[in-house]
Design a protein. Structure first.
Length: 207
């Protein structure tokens, strides 16, 4: 494979504004409730003893902007019974709508919640990395819209050599499962055990 497109995300600087999410919906003209990108708000904390009888709370939070990671070993593709999911020559995972049955097997298999049923068409959908924009030399809509410039796209090996790569940030599963094409710079606190929880579950429940 000549190239593997990938996302880079700087979680340490993300403000959680969800502009990336809105830009994606606007570009794709999605119906209400259908989102290819979701922003997860994560918070955690612990208590530390200060002296003999005093305790001090430590609370931390961060955001994770997540869409399809165009995995090197996509489990969605393996679980599609009709061969509707494939990778192109640049590593972008795509769906052939003519072959898709809308059975949701891919959705159930994906550990990132990246696939979604379009109820209007009965077909599964997902981030296509704005493949039309890339062909024109432009940035994906989510990347171009980010006011904090914490989202980037590039070749996977180049991004990994240029930026930090933290694979075990909560709530992402272990990277060895599907080998996601994703490079993350994590907030230092996110690397600690702090009883992390997703605090906007109602917003991202479909993912």
């Amino acid at each position: 494979m000549a190239k593997q497109w990938a996302f880079y995300f700087d979680s340490s600087q993300c403000s959680g504004c969800k502009t990336c999410q809105i830009a994606c919906k606007d570009k794709q003209d999605h119906a209400v409730g259908l989102r290819w990108r979701n922003v997860y708000e994560v918070a955690g904390g612990h208590w530390e003893a200060k002296g003999d009888s005093n305790w001090e709370s430590g609370i931390e939070s961060y955001n994770i902007s997540m869409s399809c990671n165009h995995c090197e070993d996509p489990i969605c593709m393996k679980n599609c019974p009709n061969g509707a999911i494939y990778k192109n020559e640049e590593g972008i995972v795509l769906i052939d709508a003519d072959r898709c049955m809308g059975c949701k097997y891919c959705q159930w298999a994906c550990p990132y919640g990246a696939l979604h049923l379009n109820k209007q068409t009965g077909k599964m959908t997902k981030c296509d990395l704005c493949i039309d924009y890339l062909a024109e030399g432009k940035q994906p809509s989510c990347v171009a819209a980010c006011p904090m410039r914490v989202l980037k796209v590039g070749e996977l090996s180049e991004l990994r050599s240029e930026f930090d790569d933290w694979e075990n940030i909560y709530p992402l599963p272990s990277a060895h499962i599907t080998k996601p094409s994703l490079v993350i710079k994590a907030k230092e606190a996110a690397k600690k055990e702090m009883n992390w929880k997703i605090i906007n579950k109602e917003e991202v429940r479909d993912a």
